[in-house]
Design a protein around this ligand. Structure first.
Ligand SMILES: [Zn+2]
Ligand SMILES: [Zn+2]
Length: 156
């Protein structure tokens, strides 16, 4: 089984993913751009219990959102690097910032989302599905990943 280790910039927060994620999003939404200062965020969706903490635990910071749906970013208390997010206060599910892995190219995006706000100088690979906003999970997720999601969240 593959393992993926990562952490924050100062090294206080260290973690290991104990399996592949369910799916990897490359999110081009305006929130991700502002919050990261980059062109997009690469989020690996994985069960919280498949993240093994090897150092300090990050601290959750609540972000303002347009939708009103809660979004907490978990950051190193010392250097403030964001290592993962909790969208919708679902403690079983984490959106790990995949480029905080020691090997930042270990997890490539399975899908590009919110391309309506993609920066014009970012060119997407034609072979990876891309959506203006979001997508139908039943069509995009691997069946095995859908089962994993259902195991932690139920059908919803
Ligand atoms: Zn740190
Ligand atoms: Zn986003």
């Amino acid at each position: 089984m593959a393992t993926f280790e990562g952490g924050c910039a100062c090294g206080a927060v260290r973690y290991r993913l104990t399996s592949e994620p369910m799916i990897v999003h490359c999110c081009h939404c305006a929130d991700c751009q502002r919050q990261t200062g980059g062109a997009f965020a690469v989020n690996a969706l994985i069960e919280t219990d498949r993240i093994e903490l090897l150092g300090e635990a990050p601290a959750a910071i609540s972000m303002p959102t347009d939708s009103g749906r809660p979004h907490d970013i978990h950051r190193c208390a010392s250097c403030q690097t964001a290592v993962w997010s909790d969208y919708g206060r679902r403690p079983q599910l984490r959106f790990v910032r995949a480029t905080t892995l020691d090997d930042p190219q270990a997890l490539a995006p399975d899908v590009h989302i919110f391309t309506r706000s993609k920066l014009p100088w970012v060119t997407l690979p034609p072979e990876v599905p891309a959506f203006e906003v979001y997508y139908d999970m039943a069509k995009v997720w691997r069946p095995e990943s859908l089962q994993r999601r259902e195991a932690i969240l139920g059908g919803g």
